[in-house]
Every structure is written in structure tokens, then in C-alpha cells.
Design a protein around this ligand. Structure first.
Ligand code: NDP
Length: 320
């Protein structure tokens, strides 16, 4: 068998495994949660960022179908209200509020409203994100915007919302919709600097400063043009780095939150939705937004939750 044939076989086997897993997940999705596992109620408040379209819209729909009250947020009020109307017409308990995760004033207004109306939040799904490259393009023209939204914006939200998260026996939950492109040790798409990779990997010594300075160093190199030889991930560089930072921050946050007392626990995990047919991918991709929303929703609703600081795809833990 020559190299091309071997590669084809590998691809076909991977496709077969993927299709089998998708079938398995479709089956799992038909099994209703038992009363024993259903820790939430109609009073449980979930917030979804970037809920007006794509995966975020489907996450909102699926959480609401499970009977939660879901706050669909969107940076564009008209888009958000239209999306909310669609779900209200399906009989779901969905409420709209404007929220732009890179606008501190918008976040503050949102938090004040949530506190006043509901008293707190039980689940936060950090789904909002951007990418300006499709296919094999690798422009970093919008790198600052991408890192500011996907990493710094997500962090803004977490910092503002954590004080609002309600104590409960089941624990509050934060789910980050991240990407496999942000893997630290991906075979083909990783940071070349082994020391930096190790710093970002060791959760015991990981700090916000290490993550932030990695992003800032990359952005400085984008400005002076030296990023090309900087040893950064080769595929969708700015986006991959932004998600690498989200993943690292998930582990750091989980470590910090693990010290909180019983009864006040907040569990935080990240996941990859797969390659999904949305505006972000120019509607390429292998799965529907409905399937892409499955793992984030499953993670948010895990019964008997105690998992924190982990990375998931297709309802399974994967390596960072
Ligand atoms: P879409 O482009 O369809 O949706 C992205 C959503 O994020 C939109 O609602 C968008 O709002 C919102 N958004 C962007 N910037 C902000 C902001 N500053 N404040 C609030 N909302 C904002 O993409 P997807 O549904 O595919 O992506 C959802 C998430 O899934 C992203 O985090 C993405 O990185 C991740 N992901 C997607 C994959 C895929 O294959 N599609 C693969 C791996 C991860 P607006 O409509 O106003 O632009």
C-alpha cells in the first residue's frame, strides 16, 4: 500500500468513526433526563452570549427545550429580538437582552438588569466569537479584534458574571464554546516554543499574566510583521491562539474556583462544537448547528456535576 492509499484509508476510518459517534449522540439525545438527573427547573437561569444565530441560537433553543429559562443575548438588538421571537413562537421560555462582550458598559447594564430581574444566574454559556478566515486563508489583519473578542471579551463576561452566579447543590456552571484549533499539543497546529507550551500547560503555575502576555506578544508581532516567523500555530493563527487562551483560562479559572466552599461551587469547562455549518465557516463544515450545540448543552446540564477544568468534544473528554 503506498502513502496516498494509507492516507485515504486513515481518512476513511476517521470519517467512519465520526459518523458512528454522531449516530450514537443522536441516539443519546432521544433519551430524556430522568427526574433524578434533572437538577434544574423553569426557574433555572441560563445566559447564552451570541445567541442570535448559529450555534448560540441552537444552544438557547435546546436549553429552553429542557425547560430552563434562557436569556438570549446579542450585540445587535434587532437580530436578538427576532431570534427570541422565533423561539417564543415555539412556546419556549426565552428572554432577550442586549450584550456586547467587548463593551464594558453593555456588560454592566446587562448584569444590573439580570440582578434586578432574576437575582442571579445559574449557567453561563460563553459562545460569542469571531473569525475572519475561512478555508486555508491565514490573514491576521483582524487579529486584534479576534483576540479581543474571543479571549478578552469572554474574560470580561466571566469576571462580571461570576459574582452573580447563584449557589446551589448542583453547582453553577460556565461553559466555554472553544475549538480544537486552540489545542496546546495539537500535532499540526501548535506553538513551537516548548517552554511557552509548558508554561501554558502546567495548571499549578499557570497565571492570567502568562496567558495575557502570550496574546499581547503575538499582537505586537502582528504589528511589526514578525509573527510569520514567531512560531505561532500555522492554521488560522489569530483564531487558534484566541481559543488556546480560552482553554488555558478555563483551566486557570477551574483551579481558582475549586477552592470555593461546598455549596458555592462553580464548574467551568470548555468544548469544541465540531466543524459546524454556520456563517463563521461560510456554511462549510460537517455538522449542523443543532449537532454543534449538543456538547455545550450536555456539559451545562451534567447531572451530579463535579467535572471542572476539562475540554470536551462529542460528549467525550479530549486533551488540551
Ligand atoms: P456565528 O458567526 O454564526 O455566530 C457567532 C455569534 O457570536 C454571533 O451571534 C455574533 O453576533 C456573536 N458575537 C460576535 N462578537 C460578539 C460580541 N462582541 N459580543 C456579543 N456577541 C458577539 O458562528 P458560530 O455559531 O459558528 O460560532 C459560535 C461559537 O462556536 C464561536 O465561539 C466559535 O468560535 C465556536 N466554534 C465554531 C466552530 C464552527 O465550525 N462553526 C468550530 C469551533 C468553534 P453577530 O450576529 O452580531 O455577529
Amino acid at each position: 500500500m503506498d502513502v496516498t492509499e494509507k492516507r485515504m484509508n486513515k481518512k476513511e476510518r476517521a470519517k467512519e468513526r465520526r459518523e458512528k459517534r454522531h449516530e450514537e449522540i443522536s441516539r443519546l439525545r432521544t433519551i430524556p433526563y430522568s427526574d433524578h438527573h434533572r437538577w434544574w427547573s423553569g426557574e433555572t437561569i441560563a445566559v447564552v452570549t451570541g445567541g442570535n444565530r448559529g450555534i448560540g441560537f441552537e444552544i438557547t433553543r435546546q436549553l429552553a427545550l429542557h425547560g430552563l429559562t434562557v436569556i438570549l443575548t446579542s450585540r445587535d438588538t434587532i437580530e436578538g429580538e427576532l431570534a427570541t421571537k422565533t423561539l417564543l413562537e415555539e412556546g419556549l421560555k426565552v428572554v432577550f437582552h442586549q450584550l456586547d462582550i467587548v463593551d464594558h458598559q453593555s456588560i454592566d447594564l446587562f448584569c444590573a438588569w439580570v440582578k434586578e430581574k432574576y437575582g442571579g444566574i445559574d449557567i453561563l454559556i460563553n459562545n460569542a466569537g469571531i473569525s475572519y478566515n475561512t478555508g486555508s486563508e491565514n490573514s491576521v489583519e483582524c487579529a486584534e479584534k479576534v483576540i479581543n473578542t474571543n479571549y478578552f471579551g469572554t474574560k470580561n463576561m466571566i469576571k462580571a458574571v461570576i459574582p452573580l452566579m447563584r449557589s446551589s447543590a448542583g453547582g453553577a456552571r460556565v461553559v466555554m464554546v472553544s475549538s480544537r484549533l486552540g489545542r496546546l499539543n495539537g500535532r499540526r497546529n501548535r506553538i513551537a516554543d516548548v517552554d511557552l507550551r509548558q508554561q501554558l500547560e502546567h495548571v499549578e503555575s499557570l497565571s492570567e499574566d502568562i496567558i495575557d502576555s502570550t496574546m499581547n506578544k503575538f499582537l505586537e508581532q502582528v504589528k511589526d510583521g514578525s509573527w510569520v516567523t514567531g512560531g505561532w500555530p500555522q492554521n488560522n493563527t489569530d483564531y487558534s491562539l484566541s481559543k488556546l487562551a480560552v482553554n488555558a483560562y478555563t483551566r486557570l479559572l477551574a483551579r481558582t474556583l475549586s477552592e470555593w466552599p461546598e455549596g458555592q461551587k462553580i464548574y467551568v469547562n470548555c468544548c469544541c462544537p465540531g466543524w459546524v455549518k454556520t456563517a463563521m465557516t461560510g456554511w462549510a463544515g460537517l455538522t449542523s448547528p443543532e449537532e454543534g450545540a449538543d456538547t455545550p448543552v450536555w456539559l451545562a446540564l451534567l447531572p451530579g456535576q463535579s467535572t471542572s477544568g476539562k475540554f470536551f468534544a462529542e460528549r467525550r473528554e479530549i486533551n488540551f
